[in-house]
Design a binder for this molecule. Structure first.
Ligand code: PRX
Length: 631
C-alpha cells in the first residue's frame, strides 16, 4: 500500500514528470523530453507519448540485457508433451531474432510493412514478434484458434506482405494445421493474398505441408543462410509496433494499433509493479501470444525487464488436471498469471491434483480476462497458494495495452473479486448513461478521464471508427464498454461488458460477428446471439436462429450451424447453443429486444419486464418453450 500511495502522490504532484521518469526505465536511442500531447476531442483528436524519443522494442527486450544477463534464461519453454522443455538464454534469443529479422529483410520486408503471425506457442512466436520489431515491421498476431476465413480478412485488412507460421501447432495432444490454414487464407484473400510474398514456416511437428516455390521458406533452413547480426532499426516513439484484432459490439473485428514508446514504457512499468519478479524468479503467464495478454505479459513486459518468462505450448488440463502445478514445481515458478476460466475448470477437478504437488516456489498469483467469482478466488488463494500468495486480479483490455486497475502485491488482500484500485497514473471514473459523473460508492459505466502511455492509438485504416467507438459515447473521455461498481473504500468491482460483446473463457467475441456468420449460411434468415452465465467459461454463446421459409428445423441442422460458425470464425467461437426459433422479439419499429433474449437464455423467463411494445408478443412464449431443451 505504501508504494502505491507514494507513486500516486508522485503522479498527482507532477504528471509529466512522473511519466517521464517512468520512461527512464527503457533504453532510448534518443531520450524523450516531452511526456505527452493528447486531445480526445473529436475535432482535434491525437494521442502522442514521448513523441521526440527514439528506441527499438527488440533492442529493449534483448540487446540491452546482453552484457549483464546474456547467459540468463530469457524464455523457458515447456512443450505440450510434459517431457519436453528448453531454456533459451538472452544471448541465444538475440541470435535467433537477428537471424529471423535477416530472413525477413532478405525478402524485402522492412519498416512499416505488415506481417501476420499465426503461430503455435513455441519460442519462435516470440522470435517472430521481436524480429518484426527489430526491423520496424508491424506484426499482427492472429490466434491459432481462428479459421482461414478470419485469417484472410485480417491479411486483407492490414495489407500484409508476409506471414510467419508453423507446419502445425500442438495443443493438448491434438494438432492444428496452421500452414494449411494459411494457404487457404491466402487463396481466399484474393488480391490481398497475392500481395503476401513470403510465408515463413517453422517446422514443429514435421507434418507434410504444401510449399509454394518463390513464396514459401522454411525457418530451419533459411536461418542458416543469413548472419546472426542485425542492427535494430531506430523507431520514433509513435511508430506502430503492432496491430491486434479484437471484437467490438458492431461490425468486423478492429485492428487496434499500439505504438512503440508508450506501449513499451507501460508494459515494463506495470509488469514490474504488479508481479514483483526478482532476478532469479521464473515468471509464468499462461495466455496465448495471440491475445494482448501474451503480447504485454509473456513477451514485451517481462523481456523488457530482463525476466525469465515461461512459455507453455499446451493446455492446463493435459495430460491431466495436475499439469499446471507440475509445471510450477518442475520450473520453480514464482508468479503465475492465468484466467478465471482455467481456475474454475481446475477447481472442478477437486483439490487432489493440486495438493499432490508442492508449489513451494509460488509467491504471487494473478488473474486476467474476466471477472473472477469469489469462490474461484478463494480456491486459488487458499488451495493453490496455501493462503500465502497475494492475488492480483488485473483489469484491462486490448485497447489499454497494459493493466489499468489491480491490487498491488503489498495491498491488503481482503476483497475477493475486486480489481480494487487504479495503477498509479491511471484515472478511472464512473458515469451514468447520460455521462453524469458518479461520486463515492456507485455503480455505472467505467471510463478513463486521462490518457496513459499504453493506450491504443487507433484502429488500423479507420481512425474515424476509433474515435467513434471509444470517445463519442462520453465525448472527450475514453469509454471502456465495461460496467463497474465502486465501494465505500473506493475499490472497483468490474461487473462485465455493458455492450454486445461476449467474454467466453476470457476470449472476447462480438455478437454481431457470430450473427453475420450464421446469416451467411443458406438456410438462415436471421439470427440473434446473446451470452448466458456458464459455470466454467464465464459466458456461453446462445444463438437464436430463424430459418428461411420452408426449411425444416432439425437437430441435424442446428448441429450443422454450430459447425458453420466454427468454420467461419474458428473453434474459439463455437456456439454452445443453437435454438431454432419461429421469430425474434421485435418492437413495432423492427428493433430486436435483446433484453428479452438475454433473460430467456439466462433461464429467467419470469423477469422479462415490459413486453407491451412487442409487435408479436406470442413469439416470446415460443422462445421460452424452445429454450427448455437447454435446461
Ligand atoms: O470486460 C473486460 C474483461 O475483458 C475485456 C477485455 O478483453 P480483451 O480486450 O480481450 O483483453 C483481455 C485481457 C486484458 C474487458 O473489457 N476483463 C479483463 N480483465 C478483467 C475483465 N473483467 C473483469 N475483471 C478482470 N480482471
Amino acid at each position: 500500500m505504501r508504494e502505491r500511495n507514494a507513486m500516486t502522490s508522485r503522479h498527482v504532484e507532477n504528471r509529466d514528470k512522473f511519466w517521464l521518469e517512468e520512461a527512464g526505465r527503457l533504453h532510448w536511442f534518443k531520450e524523450p523530453m516531452v511526456a505527452s500531447d493528447v486531445s480526445w476531442d473529436a475535432e482535434d483528436f491525437h494521442i502522442r507519448w514521448y513523441e521526440d524519443g527514439v528506441l527499438n522494442a527488440s533492442y529493449q527486450c534483448l540487446d540491452r540485457h546482453l552484457e549483464t544477463r546474456g547467459e540468463k534464461t530469457a524464455i523457458l519453454w515447456e512443450g505440450d508433451d510434459p517431457s519436453v522443455s528448453e531454456a533459451i538464454t538472452y544471448r541465444e534469443a538475440h541470435e535467433e531474432v537477428c537471424r529471423m529479422a535477416n530472413v525477413l529483410k532478405a525478402r524485402g520486408v522492412g519498416k512499416g510493412d505488415r506481417v501476420i503471425l499465426y503461430m503455435p506457442m513455441t519460442p519462435e512466436a516470440a522470435y517472430a514478434m521481436l524480429a518484426c520489431a527489430r526491423i520496424g515491421a508491424v506484426h499482427s498476431v492472429v490466434f491459432g484458434g481462428f479459421s482461414p476465413e478470419a485469417l484472410a480478412s485480417r491479411i486483407e485488412d492490414c495489407g500484409a506482405v508476409a506471414v510467419i507460421t508453423a507446419d502445425e501447432a500442438r495443443r493438448g495432444g491434438k494438432t492444428v494445421p496452421l500452414k494449411e490454414n494459411v494457404d487457404r487464407a491466402i487463396e481466399r484473400a484474393g488480391k490481398a493474398g497475392d500481395a503476401v510474398h513470403l510465408v515463413l514456416t517453422v517446422r514443429v511437428t514435421g507434418a507434410k505441408v504444401g510449399f509454394e516455390d518463390g513464396r514459401d521458406l522454411w525457418w530451419h533452413t533459411s536461418r542458416d543462410d543469413v548472419t546472426k547480426e542485425c542492427p535494430s532499426e531506430p523507431m520514433a516513439a509513435e511508430d506502430p509496433l503492432f496491430i491486434l484484432y479484437t471484437s467490438g459490439s458492431t461490425g468486423k473485428p478492429k485492428g487496434v494499433v499500439h505504438t512503440t514508446g508508450g506501449y513499451m514504457v507501460y508494459a515494463s512499468y506495470t509488469h514490474e509493479k504488479i508481479f514483483e519478479v526478482a532476478e532469479d524468479d521464473v515468471y509464468w503467464c499462461t495466455a496465448d501470444v495471440g491475445w494482448i495478454t501474451g503480447h504485454s505479459y509473456i513477451v514485451y513486459g517481462p523481456l523488457a525487464n530482463g525476466v525469465t518468462t515461461l512459455m507453455f505450448e499446451g493446455v492446463p488440463t493435459y495430460p491431466d488436471a495436475s499439469r499446471m502445478w507440475e509445471v510450477v514445481d518442475k520450473h520453480k515458478v514464482a508468479q503465475i498469471y492465468t484466467a478465471p476460466t482455467a481456475i474454475r475448470a481446475l477447481m472442478r477437478e477437486g483439490d487432489g491434483p493440486v495438493k499432490k504437488t508442492s508449489r513451494a516456489s509460488l509467491k504471487l498469483l494473478g488473474t486476467v480476462g474476466e471477472p473472477i467469482n469469489p469462490e474461484a478466488w478463494r480456491w486459488y488463494h487458499e488451495v493453490v497458494g496455501e493462503g500465502r500468495c497475494p492475488i492480483v486480479d488485473t483489469w484491462w483490455q486490448t485497447e489499454t495495452g497494459g493493466v489499468l486497475i489491480t491490487p498491488l502485491p503489498s495491498d491488503p488482500m481482503t476483497k475477493p473479486g475486486a480489481a480494487t484500485k487504479p495503477m498509479p497514473g491511471i484515472m478511472p471514473a464512473l458515469v451514468d448513461n447520460d455521462g453524469n459523473p458518479l461520486d463515492g460508492a456507485a455503480e455505472g459505466n467505467l471510463i478513463l478521464t486521462e490518457s496513459w502511455p499504453g493506450q491504443a492509438r487507433g484502429v488500423w485504416g479507420d481512425q474515424e471508427r476509433f474515435i467513434q467507438t471509444y470517445f463519442s459515447t462520453y465525448p472527450g473521455r475514453y469509454f471502456t464498454g465495461d460496467g463497474a461498481r465502486r465501494d465505500e473504500g473506493g475499490d472497483y468491482w468490474i461487473t462485465g461488458r455493458v455492450d454486445d460483446v461476449l467474454n467466453v473463457s476470457g476470449h472476447r467475441m462480438g455478437t454481431a460477428e457470430i450473427e453475420s456468420a450464421l446469416v451467411a449460411h443458406p438456410s438462415v434468415a436471421e439470427a440473434a446471439v446473446v451470452g448466458y452465465p456458464h459455470d466454467i467459461k464465464g459466458q456461453g454463446v446462445h444463438c437464436y436462429v430463424i430459418l428461411n421459409q420452408g426449411t425444416e428445423p432439425t437437430d441435424a441442422l442446428a448441429k450443422t450451424l454450430r459447425g458453420h460458425v466454427r468454420e467461419e470464425i474458428g473453434p474459439v467461437a463455437t456456439p454452445d447453443r443453437v435454438q431454432l426459433a419461429p421469430g425474434l422479439p421485435k418492437t413495432r419499429s423492427g428493433k430486436i429486444m435483446r433484453r428479452i433474449l438475454r433473460k430467456i437464455a439466462e433461464g429467467h423467463p419470469d423477469q422479462l419486464g415490459d413486453t407491451s411494445t412487442l409487435a408479436e408478443p406470442q413469439v416470446v412464449d415460443a422462445l421460452i418453450d424452445g429454450a427448455k431443451q437447454f435446461e
